[in-house]
Design a protein around this ligand. Structure first.
Ligand SMILES: [Zn+2]
Length: 138
């Protein structure tokens, strides 16, 4: 599945991931489940800080890129660094979507859509369960 040179840096067995993450996070991060909308604990967080991968801790999104999309999941205009995420075509559920994964550990984060605010027009729709929030130290 991974192309040459794109192998994840953090590799664990699915058993190890399951033990570390617990069932709820495991089902999202490793089995690409989607949490129920409007249930995520990070949905309404507006503080400054960084959103990290819930599996490996890679820095993925800055709080300044977060916006209220009313879709029910934390939404970002763009990743902190494009190279920290990997986009994969997803044709499950009878539709074409683009899946967002953590580049470092290849865990599922959510999907990216092209209906975000200008000028980028991208909306990274990310499961709250796939993220950990690190508030900015004051
Ligand atoms: Zn990761």
């Amino acid at each position: 599945m991974n192309h040459a040179g794109e192998d994840p840096e953090v590799v664990k067995t699915e058993d190890e991931w399951r033990r570390e993450l617990g069932e709820e996070r495991y089902s999202v991060l490793r089995e690409a489940a989607t949490e129920r909308p409007f249930t995520g604990t990070l949905l309404r967080v507006t503080e400054s800080g960084t959103y990290l991968c819930g599996a490996c801790g890679a820095a993925l999104f800055d709080a300044s890129a977060k916006f209220e999309s009313h879709c029910g999941w934390p939404s970002f205009t763009h990743p902190e660094q494009q190279k920290n995420v990997r986009l994969v075509d997803d044709d499950t559920l009878g539709m074409h979507r683009v899946e967002v994964r953590c580049k470092r550990c290849d865990s599922h984060l959510g999907h990216v859509f092209d209906d975000g605010p200008a000028p980028r027009n991208t909306r990274y729709c990310i499961n709250s369960l796939a993220l950990t929030f690190a508030p900015k130290e004051l």
